[in-house]
Design a protein around this ligand. Structure first.
Ligand SMILES: Nc1ncnc2c1ncn2[C@@H]1O[C@H](COP(=O)(O)OP(=O)(O)OP(=O)(O)O)[C@@H](O)[C@H]1O
Ligand SMILES: [Mg+2]
Length: 392
């Protein structure tokens, strides 16, 4: 038994021990009850979980709680440890230290097949010689379901993923998106209380990905399962999740709602990774006032930063407005810049401009025959104090 196991066992014992102290018994019971309720609410919990290969740490000591019914996405660059976390939950990768709990039970030493988890991976791993029906029926067969019940359940699940008419086809007779839906159906068919998905849409084209994102989202809503999802696509993460867990170099950098990560990024890495961003370096002159390297004074939301500190400022491109010639800005801040580049990306048009050494991006909704500025032109960029966030 290692130290962290000893500590937790002691804690659990304390939570249910009869009270011999002066605490009124009802208060003690209430506390015990709330501790137990909390434990039941949590579907997946990591306690000091880490992973090393040889001398290399690929997951630093991690605590993590996923509530029952929650859709949590692990997001981060390649190699940041997303699949490692998923594989430790599934049991296919043993943790080097720490303990893993599923529905309150310590499963650290349990083999994958006894953890009762549903899994969907990028390579659909369908059995090629079996029909769609047989593939989806497989998990029920090995659980000794009766033939009648299997038929009803498989057909209902195929209906859910929009594949009712495909039951007798072989996987190779399906498109990539249809194959992926079969693998999702094979996972849903036995209603696992926790489902793990590792880049399930990674191999698909954008249109199909969007469509299946919608299906996964509504399936999650319908069956209310706990879903832990891995992607390196930030839009997908923001669209799908109740909470996003952003990883970098084997650590959780921020865990929060999509809105929290976007509007309140914990640091520059989060601001850069989630959405597009302008980051301006400078010094905080006083609370709410920053001076950029180029000497421009800006009104900012300086949060906890101390006057005199070197700071970085985040302004999202959609909050930067190009002023018309001669227009008086209603915003708190105006920066003069020279247009470097224009790009039309469908619904939005991006304008990149240089303010001294700093490159600033402004986006706006595209319009036909937009009388846009041209590269080389002098412009003024405006943004409000509320949209200028000093990063930690
Ligand atoms: N069996 C292994 N032996 C040694 N190193 C490994 C092993 N498996 C994974 N790693 C390393 O662990 C780190 C984290 O890998 P992981 O698969 O968790 O990354 P990821 O975030 O899922 O990346 P990707 O987006 O590319 O799938 C990587 O640096 C990887 O090279
Ligand atoms: Mg991975």
């Amino acid at each position: 038994m290692n130290m962290s196991q000893a500590a937790t066992i002691h804690f659990e014992a304390a939570a249910v021990a009869p009270s011999h102290d002066a605490t009124p018994r009802s208060a003690h019971l209430r506390e015990t009850q709330s501790t137990m309720n909390k434990a039941v609410d949590v579907a997946v919990r990591f306690e000091g979980v880490s992973k090393q290969y040889g001398g290399t740490t690929v997951l630093h000591s991690t605590d993590l709680s996923v509530r029952r019914g929650e859709f949590v996405t692990l997001l981060g660059p390649s190699g940041s440890g997303k699949s490692t976390i998923l594989n430790i939950i599934s049991g296919s990768t043993p943790a080097t230290t720490g303990r893993v709990f599923l529905d309150g039970e310590d499963v650290t030493l349990k083999p994958p097949r006894d953890r009762g988890l549903g899994m969907v991976f990028q390579n659909y791993a369908l059995m090629p010689h079996m029909t769609v029906f047989e593939n989806v029926a497989f998990p029920l067969k090995i659980r000794n379901w009766k033939a009648d019940a299997i038929r009803t359940q498989v057909m209902a699940t195929l209906e859910k993923v929009g594949l009712s008419g495909f039951a007798q086809r072989k996987p190779k007779e399906l498109s990539g998106g249809q194959q992926q839906r079969v693998s999702i159906a094979r996972c849903l068919v036995y209603s696992p209380s926790i489902i793990l998905m590792d880049e399930p849409l990674g191999a698909l084209d954008k249109k199909l990905r969007d469509q299946l994102q919608g299906e996964i989202k509504s399936l999650h809503r319908d069956i209310g399962t706990t879903l832990i999802y891995v992607t390196h696509d930030q839009e997908e993460a923001l669209n799908l999740s109740d909470k996003v867990c952003l990883m970098n170099h084997g650590r959780i950098v921020q865990l929060g709602t999509p809105e929290e990560l976007y509007f309140d990024p914990a640091n520059r890495f989060v601001a850069d990774f989630v959405g597009e961003s302008n980051i301006l370096a400078g010094t905080l002159v006083e609370a709410g006032v920053m001076q950029t390297k180029a000497g421009t004074r800006l009104r900012v939301n300086s949060r906890n930063a101390r006057p005199g500190a070197a700071v970085e400022l985040l302004v999202r491109p959609e909050n930067v407005r190009l002023l018309n010639a001669g227009e008086t800005a209603s915003e708190d801040n105006v920066i003069e810049a020279t247009v470097a580049e224009l790009s039309f990306v469908g619904g939005r048009t991006r304008v990149a401009a240089m303010a001294g050494e700093e490159r600033l991006l402004a986006t706006r909704i595209s319009a036909r025959n937009d009388a846009l500025v041209q590269p080389g032109q002098q412009v003024r960029l405006a943004f409000g104090q509320a949209n200028a966030l000093v990063l930690n």
